[in-house]
Design a protein around this ligand. Structure first.
Ligand code: F0G
Length: 460
């Protein structure tokens, strides 16, 4: 299809879900009641929900038809066989295990590979990946090149792993202690930035050289394929699906939270090449998730996922998906909002420390932006800064996170361009009031993952 300059959704709407636009006063009170923590808001009170792109997408009419024809047999269900064949074709791997979501697959694989004394190396471990590895007693090291850590440097593949550091860490810890190399594609915690095929191929060679297992955490592998096709020489004429196949062919194992590029609301996958490891994983799957042909999913979920994994590689869908995220990011940048650059696949990240220079880091400028966006426009998003990753030292002083970012994650096929234009309008209000905004102090925090349940109050 010829691309029009106006970005349009390559779908029409068959079913609608009403949204409630509340008053600013209502939202002010809702925020106060929620302890200035939008995780504690009722979703009915949110107008545009950009908290996550995980499990929040809209399914197609074909997927809903699949829901109706899903086979709910306990063992050997038709829907399982459909899913298995689609995933085998995509990954080229013979052993396919369904799980209820991504972290369940992580729990199984990293329990088996991890343990005290083991080390995992990655471009960046996602939070749940790190948590599962550390819970097993092992260590998780993130190996990003220094230049990719700069939010302003314009590089095509800022999600890559630093290859020199990778070899150095293997030598330092000894190859026998390296449990796996995990490539997160796209690199969520690094701004949804893509990983190049070249980087993946070199990682494969390094893994072969040292006899290491290469795991691909590929919940956004289709979005990554878009960037490879448009930014990496040699892929201009390849289809998105073939690019993903070529990349997944490099891995020994593939983990996927299907709640992203699976285009479903729940689901996960663990796929493997090695029979022995697959058998061990299957045994753990049976005691934690369910039998090997459903693994925590209903037959209808598997049917919808089998269809979603095909739809996600559609040219028009992927173009719209990546360009609509970029549209938000580019327009924010034009307004003078500091954003992490270039714009990644599933989210736009705002540098809140830069936007609110009068709010010190220990008063959480990111959380201020999150709360201002909710109060002004009913928009919900998440702080990825010192509230999420900061620690308190023995003297009660904050050890801040590397950056004070706010993530605006875009659910798939849910909001229209005018919703996104509305978000841009609300940022005009943010620019006007930012110098009057006050920071926060924490009044309650749990011992771990504090951002989910912490309660805050405004600093007077
Ligand atoms: N790996 C990556 C790269 C992820 O982004 C996520 C989830 C997971 C694993 C875990 O999958 O949620 O299905 O258990 N990311 C979500 C997010 C939660 O908001 O970015 P899950």
């Amino acid at each position: 299809m010829n691309r029009l300059r106006t970005l349009t959704e390559p779908f029409k709407i068959k079913m609608v879900e009403p949204l409630k636009l509340t008053t600013e006063e209502y939202r002010h009170n809702a925020l106060k009641t929620a302890g200035y923590n939008p995780f504690l808001l009722n979703s009915d009170d949110v107008f545009i929900d950009l908290l996550t792109d995980s499990g929040t997408g809209a399914m197609s009419d074909r997927q809903w038809a699949g829901i109706m024809s899903g086979d709910e047999s306990y063992a050997g269900a038709r829907s399982w066989r459909h899913l298995e064949s689609v995933v085998k074709e995509l990954t080229g791997m013979p052993y396919i295990l369904p799980t209820h979501q991504g972290r369940a697959a992580e729990k199984i694989l990293y329990t088996l590979l991890g343990g005290k004394g083991k080390v995992f190396l990655s471009n960046t471990h996602f939070d749940t990946t790190r948590a599962n590895i550390e819970y097993s007693g092992a260590m998780a090291l993130d190996l990003m090149p220094p230049e990719s850590r700069d939010p302003q440097v314009d590089l095509p593949f800022k999600g890559n792993i630093d290859l020199e550091q990778l070899v150095q860490q293997i030598t330092t810890h000894g190859k026998e202690n390296i449990a796996a190399v995990i490539m997160t594609v796209t690199n969520n915690s690094a701004g949804g930035q893509p990983v190049s095929m070249e980087n993946m191929k070199v990682v494969r060679n390094i893994c072969d050289q040292y006899g290491l297992l290469m795991v691909i955490d590929g919940c956004r592998v289709a979005e990554n394929s878009y960037f490879v096709k448009h930014r990496e020489p040699g892929f201009e004429n390849s289809s998105y699906e073939n690019i993903a196949k070529e990349m997944l062919a490099l891995g020994d194992a593939f983990i996927m939270s299907a709640k992203k590029d699976g285009l479903v609301n729940i689901g996960g996958l663990l796929t493997l090449r090695n029979e022995d490891l697959a058998m061990k994983c299957k045994n753990l799957l049976i005691i934690s998730e369910g039998f090997t042909t459903y693994g925590g999913l209903a037959g209808r979920d598997m049917e919808a996922l089998a269809i979603g994994l095909k739809e996600v590689f559609d040219d028009d869908y992927l173009h719209y998906r990546i360009r609509s995220t970029a549209y938000l990011g580019e327009h924010l940048k034009n307004k003078g909002i500091p954003v992490v650059w270039p714009i990644g696949g599933h989210a736009v990240y705002v540098d809140a420390a830069k936007l609110y220079p009068n709010i010190p880091v220990d008063q959480f400028p990111g959380q201020r932006l999150v709360c201002d966006l909710y109060q002004k426009g009913g928009i919900r998003c998440v702080e990825v800064g010192s509230l999420m990753f900061g620690k308190t030292d023995d003297a009660g002083k904050l050890i801040p996170a590397a950056a004070e970012l706010v993530r605006l994650a875009i659910p798939r096929r849910v909001y229209t361009q005018s919703h996104i234009d509305y978000v841009l309008d609300v940022f005009d209000d943010i620019l006007e009031l930012r110098t009057q905004s006050k920071g926060f102090r924490i009044v309650y925090e749990p011992p771990f993952l504090r951002h989910f349940t912490a309660l805050l109050e405004t600093v007077s």
